[in-house]
Structures are given as structure tokens and as C-alpha cells.
Design a binder for this molecule. Structure first.
Ligand code: HMG
Length: 388
């Protein structure tokens, strides 16, 4: 039986910051951000959106009523959880009207949570072929105003429906993983911004890619030429390129991999890091934009979550995949966003739920998304369905 990704949807806020504006404000050469880091724009998330609303908005675009009735598991990968106890999955299940017979829970391991969800979903479907699993990967990446990581901020959500006989990506059930206790990036309970050892983190990322790729190739007797594309967790798009460069040469197949990588980074360059969802936004970008990718082509996926967990796995393009539909969905979302000035971004960045608690009501007049965070009352988050 074939198992994999049957549907994929994406959501981010309708505000962005242009990286040339940010470079000018921070006294940097814009080419450092555009070429050296490889980012053009970054999503700015208003207080009316959090991981729950973004994931619900992403899933709302892909799920039919039949899907909602058949889903028996909702897995939410995030490192920007909204509660220390209650999972974001339960909120989304309720907002979307997904069957209450489903198991719903949250997974955390930095940017790796979405991949843990995909693998768990695939294993579940392999033993329960009639099952459908909703995997959500949503985060808001924050490093702080004026920090080196600021140019790599962003946010958004990817929603994936996994099932038997999937229309988009058939998973190979072939995977290699590696984990080590490393302090490259973490976020203590008492702060909204990550702490990061930036250059160390980029070296560790490449080490983990090399280890897992080599291990995968040895385990399954595969080589570079077996892949039509290699895609990556993209904290910033240059990161994936640096990793890809460690395994390619100047031959024709390597040129093809570079071309496909270029397609796979397009949306990430416009959204920024969305931690758990980043690899899957890159998958969406490849599938929507590649002109050469064929049904049956094998894609290698590298997932990395600081702290650190890496995994390299693979899948093949399914015959139900429709590039034009995926591209139209993304264009609708990314083309109509509002460009913020740097002071407007800084003001929005400072807003949000106070860490110390207390009631708050947000003004959501400017947020036309279906699901919004209305505020907090008596220590409970209040979500609104603007269609409901
Ligand atoms: P930095 O130190 O300001 O930048 O921060 P830099 O000086 O290293 O320059 C960056 C690149 O721009 C260099 O290229 C420069 O040469 C180039 P490279 O040598 O890397 O190829 N450059 C220029 N290019 C063209 N024209 C110019 C110019 N000037 C310089 N004029 C850093 C960079 C990535 C460290 C910082 O942004 C940061 O700390 N980011 C956050 C951490 C991060 O994203 N790490 C990635 C690996 S860890 C990961 O992926 C996990 C994560 O997603 C979290 C999770 O798992 O939850 C982060």
C-alpha cells in the first residue's frame, strides 16, 4: 500500500517586511540579506494570529467535510505552543469541526516537529489504511530587533493531510536520523525570542545533513543520481544551498539538483523561517514551481531541528499532483500582502499577548483571515471564526 501526503496547504499573515528596507535600517549592505542570506521578504505576524489560527487557516483551505469526518489523528508540530499543557491540536480540531473521535496532540523538537508528525502519521496509516491524519506544522520565528538572526525571522503554517493512495507525495518508508544534545538554538520558558549560536548552528546543520544523507545512501544503496531533487529545512535559503553544495560536483546531474533547489526555495525566500513548517513550504515551492519534475521522480527531504535532531528521508511524486493548483493557492496568499515600514514592523513585533498574563482584546478589523485570536480572558485564549 502506498502512504503519503495527499493534500498540502499553507497560510501566513498578510503583512511582510522587505529585506532591502531592513538592511537599510540596520546599516547593512542589502546584498548581504538578498544574496548572502538569500531572503527577499519576511512574514510579520500580527497579534491576531498565532500558531493555532495560522494552522486552522492553512487546514481550512484543503479539508472537505468528508476529510474532517475521516481524520482520526491530528498531530501539531510546533515550538511556539500556546499553552504549557494543552496542545494546539485540540484547539484546531475544535475550530475546524474535525471529528471528536480523533486523537489530537502536540509534538516538540524545534524545527523537526513537523517531520516527526509526518513519520508518525505514515506509520499509523500503514496499519490503519482507512485512516486520514492531519499534520500541522506552524511557528513564529523571533530573534529580536537588531540581532543577526533578525533577517531570518518569519512565520506561517503548513497543513498536510496524509492518507493511503496519496495524490501528492508517496513516502518511500526509507529514512535515516541522527540526534545529539547540542546547544545551537533554544528558547527558555521566560522569553519569546530564541537564543542562538548562529555560526555554530549552521555548521551543525551541515554535519547532520552529511551524516544522515550518507547513512541513508548506505542503508538503501542509493546515490545522488537517484534523486531528482534534494530539499531542505530552510531557516534562510542560503542554508540549504550550503548543505547541497557539500554533496554535488560540477556535473550535469548536480546542475539539475541546483535548478530544482532554486524552485524549492522560492516561497521560503518570501516568508522567512517558519521553523517546523519550513521543509514543507519548500516541498510546496518545488512542486508548484518546478517545470521538469515528473510523476515518479524521487525527492530527498532533509529535516533539521536544533538541539538537535536531523532526518533524511525520501518520497516520489504522485500522479495526482497538480502544480498549477498549488501555485494558484500560493500566489493568492503571497501577492496581496501589505508591506510594512520598519517602524510599523517594530511596533507589531512588540505587541502580542503579555508574557505576565492578564486580559487583553485585540483589534482584528484589519485581519480578514477566517480564524483570528480575539484575545485572552480569565487566562483563557479566545479564538474567533469570522465565518461562524
Ligand atoms: P551574520 O553573522 O550576520 O552573517 O549572521 P555573516 O557575516 O555570516 O554573513 C552571512 C552571509 O552573507 C555570508 O555568506 C557572507 O559572506 C555574506 P556565507 O559565507 O555564509 O556563504 N555576505 C554578503 N553577500 C553578498 N554581499 C554582501 C555580503 N556581506 C556578507 N555585501 C547567521 C548569519 C545565519 C549566523 C544569523 O542570521 C543567524 O544567527 N541566524 C539564525 C540561526 C540560523 O538560522 N541557523 C541555521 C541553522 S540552525 C536551524 O536551521 C534551526 C532553526 O531553524 C531553529 C529550529 O530548529 O527551531 C534556526
Amino acid at each position: 500500500m502506498q502512504v503519503g501526503i495527499d493534500k498540502i496547504g499553507f497560510f501566513t499573515s498578510n503583512y511582510f517586511l522587505d529585506m532591502v528596507d531592513l538592511a537599510n535600517a540596520r546599516g547593512e549592505d542589502p546584498d548581504k540579506y538578498l544574496i548572502g542570506i538569500g531572503q527577499k521578504k519576511q512574514a510579520v505576524i500580527p497579534p491576531t494570529q498565532d500558531v493555532v489560527t495560522m494552522a486552522a487557516n492553512a487546514a481550512d483551505k484543503i479539508l472537505t467535510d468528508d476529510d474532517k469526518a475521516s481524520i482520526d489523528m491530528v498531530i501539531f508540530g510546533t515550538e511556539t505552543g500556546v499553552d504549557n499543557s494543552k496542545s494546539a491540536a485540540i484547539y484546531v480540531q475544535s475550530l475546524l469541526g474535525i471529528s471528536s473521535s480523533a486523537r489530537s496532540f502536540e509534538i516538540k523538537q524545534a524545527c523537526y516537529g513537523g517531520t516527526a508528525g509526518v513519520q508518525m502519521a505514515a506509520d499509523h496509516i500503514a496499519t490503519h489504511p482507512e485512516s486520514k491524519v492531519l499534520v500541522l506544522a506552524a511557528d513564529i520565528a523571533r530573534y529580536g530587533i537588531g540581532t543577526p538572526g533578525e533577517v531570518t525571522q518569519g512565520g506561517g503554517a503548513v497543513a498536510m493531510l496524509l492518507s493511503a493512495n496519496p495524490q501528492i507525495l508517496i513516502l518511500d518508508d526509507q529514512s535515516a536520523f541522527h540526534s545529539e544534545n547540542i546547544m545551537d538554538f533554544w528558547r527558555p520558558f521566560y522569553q519569546r525570542e530564541a537564543i542562538v549560536d548562529g555560526h555554530y548552528s549552521t555548521n551543525i546543520y551541515i554535519d547532520f545533513f552529511n551524516k544522515t544523507f550518507k547513512d541513508y545512501c548506505e542503508k538503501y544503496q542509493r546515490q545522488l543520481s537517484d534523486f531528482s531533487a534534494l530539499i531542505y529545512h530552510l531557516p534562510f535559503t542560503k542554508m540549504g544551498l550550503k548543505a547541497l553544495r557539500t554533496v554535488i560536483d560540477d556535473g550535469q546531474h548536480s546542475a539539475k539538483l541546483l535548478k530544482e533547489f532554486d524552485y524549492s526555495k522560492q516561497y521560503n525566500a518570501l516568508v522567512g523561517n517558519l521553523y517546523t513548517g519550513s521543509l514543507y513550504l519548500s516541498l510546496l515551492s518545488l512542486l508548484a514551481n518546478s517545470v521538469d519534475l515528473q510523476v515518479g521522480d524521487r525527492i530527498g527531504l532533509f529535516s533539521y531541528g536544533s538541539g538537535a535532531q536531523g532526518e533524511f528521508y525520501s518520497g516520489t511524486v504522485s500522479d495526482g499532483m497538480k502544480s498549477s493548483l498549488l501555485a494558484a493557492h500560493m500566489d493568492d496568499l503571497l501577492d496581496d500582502r501589505i508591506r510594512l515600514s520598519v517602524p510599523e514592523y517594530e511596533e507589531m513585533y512588540a505587541n502580542g499577548l503579555p508574557m505576565m498574563g492578564g486580559d487583553v482584546t485585540f483589534n482584528f478589523a484589519d485581519d480578514s483571515s477566517r480564524f483570528v485570536l480575539f484575545g485572552r480572558k480569565a487566562d483563557q485564549l479566545v479564538y474567533k471564526d469570522q465565518k461562524g
